[in-house]
Design a protein around this ligand. Sequence first.
Ligand SMILES: NC(=O)c1ccc[n+]([C@@H]2O[C@H](COP(=O)([O-])OP(=O)(O)OC[C@H]3O[C@@H](n4cnc5c(N)ncnc54)[C@H](O)[C@@H]3O)[C@@H](O)[C@H]2O)c1
Length: 341
Amino acid sequence: MDKGNGDTVIKFGVIGYGYWGPNVVRNLDQLEGSKVVAVCDKSPTARKRIQKTYPHVRVLTETADLMSSTEVDAIAIVTPVWSHYELTKAALQNGKHVFVEKPFTSDSAQAEELIELAAKKNLKIMVDHTFLFTGAVKKISQLLEEGTLGKIYYYDSMRVNLGLFQHDVNVIWDLAPHDLSIIDHLIKETPEAVSATGQTHLNGLEDVAFITVYFPNKIIAHINVNWLSPVKVRTTLIGGEKKMLVWNDLEADEKIKIYDKGVNITSREGLYNLLVNYRSGDMWAPQLEQVEALKQELAYFVDCILTNRTPVNDGAAGLRVVKMLEAANQSVGKRGALVYV
Ligand SMILES: NC(=O)c1ccc[n+]([C@@H]2O[C@H](COP(=O)([O-])OP(=O)(O)OC[C@H]3O[C@@H](n4cnc5c(N)ncnc54)[C@H](O)[C@@H]3O)[C@@H](O)[C@H]2O)c1
C-alpha cells in the first residue's frame, strides 16, 4: 500500500488483457484509491495494446513476475475460467488480495480450497459479479428489502444473443453466472435443486440451455441462455405477491418497470367456489443510478481491503454460483433430471 497525496492507494497487478481485462485496467487506473502498476498477458498483441494505452504501466509476460512483486498489494485475474484456480492460489500464497472474474472456479472443490487459503492468510477474495453493482439490481434489491414487491414468486430471465462462442466453457458457464449471482443476491436462500436441459449444435459445447432453480418457499427461477439467437435479449421478469417487475437491460431509460398487477384468490366455501380477483393498477419506472457498475465494484473492493470488510461478492458467493453451475451441467447430462444442490 502506498501513501500518495496523503491517501492510501492499493497497488494492482492485472492478469489478462483480452476482451474484459481493458475494462478492469481502465477503472483501476482511474479510481482514486487504486493504481495499476503492472499488467501481464501471454499474448504479444495484448501486450502491445497495453503498452500503447498505458505507457507508464509495467507490461509482463510471466505471471510469476507479478506474483513475486513486493510492490503489488492485489491482483485482478481476468483470464478464462480454467486458469482462475491456479492464478488465485498463487496470488494468495504470495500474500495478494484477489479480484477474480466470474465464474470463480471450474468446480466447487477448488473454490472451497481458495476460500480456506484466503481466510488463513487474512486476504480478501472478490468475485466479479458485476451485475450486483448495476443501478437496476441495486433498485430491485431495494424494492425487495422494502417489501414493495411482496413475497417473490418467480425470477424468469432471458439472456440470449448470437455468440460470442467460447472455446473452453458452454453457454451455461459463460452467461448464466450473471443471473445466478443476481438470484443468489436477491433471493438470499440456498437453492434446493436444479434442473437444466441444453443442446450442443456447433462445437461440442452446449450453446442453448434452459435452467430451472428451485428455492425454498416455492420461489422458482428460470434462466434461458443461448448463443444462437438472432437478436439480443436481456429481459427479466420478477413476479411478487404485491407487484410485478420487468427489467429490460437493453433499454436506455426506464430499464425497470413495476406493475401494480396481481391475482388474489379466495375460497369461501371450499375449492369449488374460488373467487379470483385480477388487480391491474399503475405502472411506474423508477430512477436508476447511472454509474458504471465495474467502477463501483472495484471501488468497493478497494474499500473492503482498506477497512477489512468482507465483500458481499466474496469467495463464498462465488462458490454458491459455482455449485449451481455444476448442478446445471450435471442435470443437462441427465436430460433435465433434478440435481440437489
Ligand atoms: N464480468 C463480466 O461482465 C465479464 C464479461 C466478459 C468476460 N468476463 C470474464 O472474464 C474472463 C476473461 O474473459 P475474456 O472474454 O476477457 O477472455 P479473453 O480470452 O478475451 O482474454 C483473456 C486474456 O488473458 C490472457 N491470458 C490467459 N491466460 C493467461 C495467463 N496464464 N497468463 C497471462 N495471460 C493470460 C490471454 O492471452 C487473453 O489476452 C472470463 O472469466 C469471463 O467469464 C466477465
